[in-house]
Design a protein around this ligand. Structure first.
Ligand SMILES: [Zn+2]
Ligand SMILES: [Zn+2]
Length: 571
């Protein structure tokens, strides 16, 4: 039987995902299927070093000088060439390759800029490293490597709960750079997210070439390794080692702590990054996320980093939770209630959204940021779905925007504190002092049936009492909203609801009841009005002149004809 061609295995990780532990267990230097005496990780580390040195982390790609761009591109290329040399050495020896890399270190600076500053923040084309392959760069590929090159690897994604990795990243920043630097470290926005792993995972699951390797060794590519499983279940690593053609009998589950001489040989930052693994003699089970709750973690972070920084961490963890692949998801560990909709993966929220009327989608999206991002990212939502709701030009044509307002008014606002005014379309408080400051009080409001008070009573009220009545009508009304129109839900609840005059806010009411038309004080308007008046007068003058002329002519004709006739009779 012909021997299978050598394989390339990529372990794609993020910082603080227990990747050093995985490498330690796999015992790579003693595995006969792999190339010996080589580097197994961080080929792109020097790029990060360059960015640190030139303070370009988190910088907009358009702000880099041409020289900086060229140097950075060159740095990526040098790293890639070092990796290629190793790949080229392994192939003729029929050895497999196993390389670990942080996905963030492979990320294209243009994709980083778009992630931080917005999709349309730059016109720069994606950067792509020169390889011996074609250089296609499809949308989900946010790395500096072309599609064709990524397809030469079999990918494994190592993931760990963000409530453990993010504070761990924060802690190492404090130790390496100090407390103040950690507070406004521009790298955190890029690091405190699973976006890069998630997007590359999404790219890989679309690649058909992986299916031909699926049956081999019981693997299903891309493989997802959860740090929790690595820590709690040794069987997982034994199975994984078989998937990647390693000898499982050589795996390491216990080792000696690193000696001080060994620690002396590595740099200070690296020493900090490896501190857990160096001090350990085996797997530390307390590093797993089982039983983790954000609330408890949050109070620990507050003590450790301060309230403001703890809130920042919590928001990164929460935002990230909607950005994870479904199989990376464990709703019971971060959300307080396992049945909460927030615990559902984005894909399931998309299915729910698909069944909703567009108005209800808006209402769902308005409940919180993570649901908003899930709703907005739902497929089959195109601009035309929304234009009927947000384009005021068509509001008279299509009733949808009205039904949206209605549902917003009936739905989620706390009715005891806020009410919706159907006239100015504002949601306003039920507080008297809010309106006392905003009313003009210049004129005395006239009576109207909407006031729900007899005309005679109104006539006897002082101006002050009339204004008081306008405010009380709004603030004290038992009605939940002022539209008097019921949505389907509310109509079912109250089938015999009486039809009454809608209550509008005191500001709208004052405008309506004190309205009196006057000639605007604009000179051009008055001038034009004068001209029209003169024109009308002249026209009337001409018409009157004509009528008088015709009458005089008729009288004269009748008179002369009569005289002629009279003379004829007499003579
Ligand atoms: Zn109003
Ligand atoms: Zn309603």
């Amino acid at each position: 039987m012909a021997q299978a061609p050598p394989r390339r295995f990529y372990l794609l990780t993020s910082p603080r995902t227990a990747s050093n532990l995985v490498i330690r267990i796999l015992n790579l230097p003693n595995q006969p299927s792999l190339l010996q005496d080589t580097k197994y990780e961080y080929f792109f580390g020097p790029v990060l070093g360059w960015k640190f040195q030139h303070h370009t982390i988190g910088k907009h790609v358009d702000e880099l000088s041409e020289e900086e761009k060229n140097e950075l591109k060159h740095s990526y290329q040098v790293c890639f060439d070092a990796l290629s040399i190793q790949v080229d050495t392994a192939a003729p020896q029929r050895k497999n390759m196993f390389v670990k890399e942080h996905v963030g270190w492979l990320t294209d600076p243009v994709a980083e800029t778009k992630f931080v500053f917005g999709e349309h923040s730059t016109c720069e084309q994606p950067w792509t490293i020169q390889t011996s392959y074609a250089s296609t760069h499809t949308a989900l590929n946010e790395t500096i490597l072309p599609d064709e090159y990524l397809k030469t690897w079999l990918p494994t994604f190592l993931i760990r709960h963000p409530a453990l990795t993010f504070p761990s990243i924060y802690r190492t920043t404090i130790d390496n750079e100090g407390q103040q630097a950690a507070r406004d470290d521009p790298a955190h926005v890029l690091e405190m997210t699973m976006h890069w792993s998630r997007t590359l995972y999404d790219w890989y699951i679309q690649q058909e070439y992986l299916s031909q390797f699926n049956a081999e060794n019981g693997a299903h590519w891309p493989v997802v390794l959860d740090a929790d499983d690595v820590i709690l279940n040794p069987q997982v690593m034994i199975r994984y080692s078989k998937v990647i053609d390693l000898d499982s009998s050589l795996l390491n589950f216990a080792w000696e702590a690193a000696s001080s001489e060994e620690l002396e040989q590595i740099s200070k930052i690296e020493r900090r990054m490896r501190s857990t693994i160096s001090a350990s003699t085996g797997i530390l089970k307390e590093k797993a996320s089982a039983g983790l709750s954000i609330g408890t973690e949050m109070s620990k972070w507050e003590t450790e980093f301060g309230k403001e920084e703890a809130e920042k961490l919590a928001s990164w963890v929460r935002l990230d939770y909607t950005d994870k692949a479904p199989d990376l998801h464990k709703p019971d560990s971060t959300t307080p209630n396992a049945a909460s909709i927030l615990g559902l993966p984005t894909e399931l929220i998309h299915i729910i959204v698909d069944h909703l009327h567009p108005v209800d989608r808006v209402c769902l999206a308005l409940t919180c940021k993570s649901l908003a991002s899930a709703v907005l990212s739902a497929p089959r939502l195109c601009p035309t779905t929304w234009s009927r709701f947000n384009d005021q030009r068509y509001s008279w044509l299509l009733p949808e925007s009205y039904s949206l307002i209605l549902r917003l008014a009936h739905g989620w606002i706390p009715k005891d504190k806020l009410r919706y005014c159907w006239k100015c379309h504002k949601i306003l408080p039920r507080k008297a002092e809010y309106f006392r400051k905003r009313l003009v009080y210049k004129k005395n409001p006239k009576w109207d049936a909407k006031l729900q008070i007899p005309k005679s009573t109104w006539e006897h009220m002082s101006k002050r009492d009339r204004y008081k009545h306008l405010i009380e009508m709004w603030c004290g009304s038992p009605l939940e909203d002022s539209s008097s129109v019921y949505c389907d839900f509310c109509r079912e609840k109250n089938p015999a609801a009486p039809l009454i005059y809608p209550v509008v806010c005191p500001v709208c009411m004052e405008q309506e009841l004190t309205f009196l038309w006057k000639i605007p004080r604009k000179p051009w308007f008055r001038k034009m009005l004068g001209k029209i008046f003169v024109f009308i007068l002249k026209t009337i003058g001409v018409v009157i002149g004509l009528v008088i002329g015709v009458l005089v002519w008729i009288i004269r004709t009748v008179f002369t004809q009569g005289r002629k006739g009279w003379k004829a009779i007499c003579s």
